[in-house]
Design a protein around this ligand. Structure first.
Ligand SMILES: Cc1cc2nc3c(=O)[nH]c(=O)nc-3n(C[C@H](O)[C@H](O)[C@H](O)COP(=O)(O)OP(=O)(O)OC[C@H]3O[C@@H](n4cnc5c(N)ncnc54)[C@H](O)[C@@H]3O)c2cc1C
Length: 407
């Protein structure tokens, strides 16, 4: 090994590791850059991401707005996005022949609708730059040495690197971070994010497949609240409104052992007063019609019938006979419809871990550890995670780019 050549080791062959390695070699062509991946597969999450289409980033170019999609990392990411933002991601891929398109909800995918396009682009770039790749190489320990780091392999043997980028992804097991704790890094306990709610005892499950949009959902006894589409599934509730709650409430809901009540406002952000006023108007205009035949909030018909059924007014009840008491019950039902959650199901499209290396220990302008010089972090190993929509990859591209540039 030539001692005069700067050795950069990137641990982890996922999105963040590849971007870090490419950035390191692009900014420091004289360095020897090597990716060490423990499995025999590279970029495996990129392959399965976005249902095989890879939701690369999000069509959001205002950094102040962008950071709001990150339950963990919101403020610290401002600095990092200032250096590499979704605009840079789009330009980076486009420069290498990969065009991205935007869907109506802002998610951005390659125009091929195939994650292989992203993998091919990253693989080609690493080959062209002469980046080394070693698979089946599990780094189990890092030790600070005078000139850098000694990397211990789990199958025995040691490697030297002057600079190290750790891009090992999230770990659901707290002891998965022990080797980083040994270097004095604070680890925020990992818990799942982006999951759906199980409601084993709730009859609403019989409406599986029905979606309502927009609804407003609150967790009872907490400040957690979100708006957006809600999907009823055969095990409970899912959809963007639920996933957002699961991400922003990842830690709180874990503490509740996933046993809590949700309150649904089926009329979105409308207040009780607004709903009451609309219902009174309906009762005046359609007084002789049966309640289940007039659906003032445009809810799916089967859902409206289900909700009305909960009031047990009888099928023949007409609007003008409802009376004040029942009108109040209907207002309450529409705005505070209560469901018991018991358990969670991991959202198969885009599962991420909340927790990881504490951002207190990382300089977000450089991604360098504050505890251990010449050690950098990128991607989901950090205590950063976003909601669904391409935000998690954007964090991986951004932190990988910066770590590689400055390593
Ligand atoms: C099914 C699914 C779909 C998703 N879809 C999307 C999407 O469309 N858009 C989006 O933005 N996000 C999506 N995500 C989230 C996104 O995939 C992750 O946030 C992102 O892949 C994190 O990248 P990373 O490089 O930090 O970690 P990873 O992709 O997890 O890569 C880490 C790599 O490090 C390796 N490694 C770990 N420890 C060691 C070690 N000690 N030595 C050597 N190697 C090691 C691992 O084997 C792994 O290959 C999805 C996630 C899942 C699970």
């Amino acid at each position: 090994m030539d001692k005069n050549i700067l050795q950069v080791a990137v641990i982890g062959g996922g999105a963040a590791g590849f971007f870090a390695a490419i950035s390191a070699k692009t900014h420091h062509p004289e360095a020897k850059v090597t990716i060490y991946e423990k499995s025999n597969k590279l970029l495996s999450k990129v392959r399965i991401s976005g249902g095989g289409r890879c939701n690369v980033t999000h069509h959001c170019f205002d950094i102040r707005e962008l950071v709001k999609f990150y339950p963990r990392g919101e403020r610290p990411l401002k600095k990092a996005f200032g250096r590499f933002s979704p605009t840079d991601t789009i330009a980076w891929f486009e420069k290498r022949g990969v065009k991205l398109k935007t869907e109506s909800d802002g998610r951005m995918f390659p125009t091929t609708d195939n994650s292989q396009t992203i993998i091919d682009c990253l693989m080609k770039e690493t080959q062209q730059l002469g980046i080394g790749i070693k698979t089946k190489t599990n780094i189990k320990k890092l030790k600070k040495t005078e000139g850098g780091y000694e990397l211990s392999l789990d199958r025995g043997g040691r490697l030297h690197a002057d600079k190290v980028v750790v891009a090992t992804g999230g770990s659901p097991r707290p002891n998965g971070f022990d080797w980083l704790r040994e270097l004095d890094h604070e680890i925020e306990e990992p818990v799942p994010s982006l999951f759906t709610f199980n409601m084993p005892d709730e009859p609403i499950k019989k409406l599986m497949g029905i979606a309502a949009d927009p609804v407003s959902v609150k967790i009872m006894g907490s400040k957690l609240q979100s708006n957006g589409p809600l999907l009823i599934t055969h095990w409970g509730m899912s959809g963007p409104a639920i996933l957002k709650l699961s991400a922003f409430g990842a830690r709180e809901l874990n503490e509740k052992n996933y046993d809590f009540k949700v309150l649904v406002n089926w009329a979105g952000e409308k207040t009780e007063q607004e709903i009451r006023a609309i219902l009174k108007e309906v009762a005046g205009e359609y007084g002789m019609k049966m309640i289940h035949n007039v659906n003032p909030f445009g809810l799916p018909g089967r859902l409206w019938e289900f909700l009305i059924g909960k009031l047990e007014l009888g099928d023949a009840m007409i609007w003008q006979n409802m009376g004040k008491k029942n009108l109040n019950r209907l207002v309450h039902l529409l705005t505070n419809d209560e469901y018991q959650v018991q358990g969670k199901t991991t959202f198969k499209e885009e599962f991420v871990t909340c927790g990881g290396v504490s951002l207190q220990d990382v300089d977000m302008k450089t991604m360098q550890s504050r505890k251990s010089p010449n050690l950098y972090f990128a991607g989901e190993v950090l205590d950063i995670d976003g909601v669904t929509g391409g935000f998690n990859f954007q964090a991986a591209w951004t932190t990988g780019y910066i770590a590689g540039q400055l390593a």
